[in-house]
Structures are given as structure tokens and as C-alpha cells.
Design a protein around this ligand. Structure first.
Ligand SMILES: Nc1nc2c(ncn2[C@@H]2O[C@H](COP(=O)(O)OP(=O)(O)OP(=O)(O)O)[C@@H](O)[C@H]2O)c(=O)[nH]1
Ligand SMILES: [Mg+2]
Length: 381
């Protein structure tokens, strides 16, 4: 985006590079339990400008949104590219589409590399198509810039759907910021939703904390395990078990019984707060076996969510998190980015490290300084 929120460097760089990505902030700054800083008054936010009269650009966006809603796949593809790179135009398009979203079921599919996610997603898509439902597929690869091969592999596995306008497939990759990717994925899903796709399948690798963001976008999450993963299953933390609403033992042609027993033993110990008992579904994705059962399990969970407003409560939680994240990004862009250049970070960190300055005073001074002014200089010792 113009304010550069989306594409960014990995969160582990520690210090956010100027003007690129608020999600590159040190983890503490991303933490929702951040203490409010009350020791000084925040500088006033920029004055809101009077809304501009409708322009040719606004008319273009409205027409674009209309085309997306009308099922124009090329308009949708261009819209998703815009969302990936971000920017005010992307926001304008998403704003126009937002009121028309909210009807789709978001189905997250996660699991270790090579577990068979893409093969399964392609089969699930075929099953939904069989029932006349429209499908959107987002293959999200948060791991690295070097995994385009995998995405290419996904494309090949999903090739059979390419001739079907009822299935829209999109790969999304990042060269860094996971938070950024999660936000872009969420926006892409809401665009597909507004475009009338009723089942949106989101494939992402891994079950690490970093991917949890992406997984949490989904209404229902499937975790794919494969036989021979017993040790990994033992190592799964209770929190990760909470993420999966349905466990899928794919590659069941290699014998699913042992893994199923181990999984049952672990699941027997963990009780979810909402009372849902995640089912375990064995599948052989390459032979389309177990897909109908999986589809039924997904349906059962969506029904469970629909009952007693559970789904609405969950979506509210998700929007709250998203709004919080958005506000954090914008506060950073408004107050920090205009005051610190890329080269300032290193120098200020050096000042702190050498004890010339303390970080509390420095933070206060930075926020008090007028935007664009040179940041506080380190005091000579
Ligand atoms: N034997 C067997 N092989 C399977 C099954 N499902 C998928 N495979 C194979 O497993 C390999 C990986 O499948 P993918 O669908 O690409 O797995 P993925 O999880 O999407 O992989 P990444 O996206 O690279 O993480 C392919 O060679 C598939 O043909 C299955 O049920 N049984
Ligand atoms: Mg894949």
C-alpha cells in the first residue's frame, strides 16, 4: 500500500524498517497486552481532510467492484493482485465489496509439507462442485521465497479445475511478514466471498504459531496428519490441538489405525471449551476416498457453529483482532514511521545498548518530536 503496510521483512529482524511494515515491529510491540503508555500526551493525529468529491477513480472502483460481484473472473484476479500489493486503491475496492461479503464458509486446511493438502483441497472442491456450490481456493505459502516450486505443484494438482469457472484458484506467497500475509489472505477471502464464492478453501503449510494467524481466519480448520507422524502428534501442544476442528489422517492407504489411536488418546485428554469433539477422518486424497465423510464432518461443524450463535461470536472475535491489528499498524504509520528513518533505528539502538539513552525517554521524545524532524540525538558520554 502507499503507506507500505503489506510487504515487509520478517518479524525476527527485531526493528521495523522505516515506512515498510508495521508488522515488522518487534514482537512486544505487536503484543495485544501492550501496556498503555500514559506518561506523555500523544501528538494529535493528522487533521481529517474533507472528503473529496467522487472522482473518475471512485467510479472506476465502483465499476470494478460491480464486475467482481457479477462473477467476472478477470476483474477478480486483478482485484486479488491489488489486495496482495496493498494500497489505497485496494482499500477502496475492499470497502466497496465489504457489505456484500459474509455469506461464504471459510475452510482452512493446514498440515506439514507434503501431507497432501493440495490434493485434498482439489478433491473437496470437486465434491462441492458436485453439489453445485461455487468454490474459491487460496493456496497460502508463508514459508519462504524459495517455495514457488510447491505452489507450482499445487497448480498442477488443481489443474483439473482450471476449465471450471465455478472454481477460482489463487496462490499467495510472501517474502517476509506473516502478519502481512494473514491480513492479505483475510482480504483476499473477503473479496472471494463478495464475488459469490460460497466455499473458500485456504491451504497453508504448517501448524506453528506463525501460521495460526492464517488458520484463525477460517470458520472451520482441518489439520492434516499422515501415518508415521506419531512423534509429531505427541509433540503437538494442547493449543495446537485447539486449532483443529477436524483431524484428517490423509494417506490412509499407508495404514491409519495407529495414528488414529494415538490421536484419540490425546484428544480424549483435551476438552474444548465449546464442547466440540473434533472428529478424526481418514482419507486417501489421491483416490478421493473419505472425501464425502470429510464433507459431512465440515457440514456438521458449520451446523454446530450456526447453533447458539457460536459462529457469530467467533467471527466477532476475529474482527476484533483484525481491527486491533489494523489500528496498531495505522498508529505506527501515523506516529512512528514519519519520525524515524531506516538509518535512525540502528543508531538509536546503539544509543540504548551503550547506555547513552534509556529506551523509555527515547520513546517519549520520538513521539513528541514533530514529524519529519531528526530524531533525538544520543548524548555524548
Ligand atoms: N499415498 C498417498 N499419497 C498421497 C495422498 N494424498 C496426496 N498424496 C501425494 O503426496 C504428495 C504431496 O501431495 P500435495 O497435495 O502436494 O501435498 P501438500 O500438503 O499440498 O504439499 P505442500 O503444498 O508442498 O506442503 C503428492 O505426490 C501426492 O500425490 C494419499 O492419500 N495417499
Ligand atoms: Mg500444497
Amino acid at each position: 500500500m502507499a503507506n507500505g503496510l503489506r510487504r515487509c521483512t520478517p518479524p525476527d529482524v527485531g526493528i521495523a524498517p522505516y515506512g515498510r511494515c508495521a508488522r515488522g515491529l518487534p514482537p512486544a510491540a505487536q503484543c495485544s497486552t501492550l501496556r498503555p503508555y500514559t506518561a506523555f500526551a500523544m501528538p494529535p493525529p493528522p487533521q481529517p481532510t474533507t472528503p473529496a468529491p467522487p472522482t473518475a477513480d471512485a467510479a472506476k472502483i465502483a465499476a470494478w467492484a460491480e464486475a467482481i460481484r457479477g462473477g467476472d473472473s478477470r476483474a477478480l484476479a486483478r482485484g486479488l493482485s491489488l489486495v496482495e500489493s496493498g494500497g489505497p486503491q485496494a482499500e477502496a475496492l475492499l470497502k466497496a465489496l465489504f457489505p456484500h461479503s459474509g455469506a461464504a464458509a471459510l475452510i482452512g486446511v493446514t498440515g506439514a509439507p507434503g501431507a497432501g493438502k493440495s490434493t485434498l483441497v482439489a478433491e473437496l472442491a470437486a465434491a462441492y462442485r458436485h453439489w453445485g456450490e461455487t468454490v474459491g481456493i487460496l493456496a497460502v505459502d508463508p514459508s519462504s521465497p524459495f517455495t514457488h516450486g510447491a505452489i507450482l505443484g499445487d497448480r498442477i494438482r488443481m489443474q483439473r479445475h482450471h476449465a471450471d469457472p465455478g472454481v477460482f484458484i489463487r496462490s499467495m506467497a510472501t517474502r517476509g511478514c506473516l502478519g502481512g500475509l494473514a491480513a492479505a489472505t483475510s482480504e483476499a477471502a473477503w473479496m472471494l466471498d463478495a464475488a459469490g464464492r460460497r466455499r473458500i478453501l485456504i491451504e497453508t503449510v504448517g501448524v506453528g504459531q506463525d501460521e495460526v494467524d492464517i488458520v484463525q481466519l477460517a470458520d472451520v480448520t482441518l489439520l492434516l496428519l499422515v501415518p508415521g507422524m506419531g512423534d509429531e502428534v505427541q509433540a503437538l501442544k494442547a493449543g495446537v490441538m485447539e486449532i483443529a476442528d477436524i483431524f484428517v489422517i490423509n494417506k490412509a492407504d499407508r495404514g491409519a489405525e495407529r495414528l488414529e489411536q494415538e490421536l484419540r488418546a490425546i484428544l480424549g485428554l483435551a476438552h474444548r471449551e465449546d464442547g466440540w469433539r473434533p472428529p478424526i477422518i481418514p482419507t486417501v486424497a489421491t483416490e478421493a476416498k473419505g472425501i464425502a465423510e470429510l464433507q459431512a464432518a465440515i457440514g456438521a461443524y458449520l451446523d454446530f457453529l450456526a447453533a447458539e450463535g457460536r459462529g457469530a461470536a467467533r467471527r466477532r472475535r476475529r474482527w476484533r483482532q483484525q481491527l486491533e491489528r489494523m489500528l496498531r499498524d495505522r498508529a505506527y504509520q501515523t506516529w512512528v514511521a514519519p519520525r524515524l528513518g531506516a538509518e535512525d533505528w540502528e543508531r538509536l539502538a546503539g544509543d540504548i545498548e551503550s547506555r547513552r539513552r534509556d529506551p523509555f525517554t527515547l520513546a517519549e521524545e520520538i513521539l513528541r518530536s514533530p514529524a519529519g524532524a531528526p530524531p533525538p540525538a544520543g548524548r555524548a558520554t
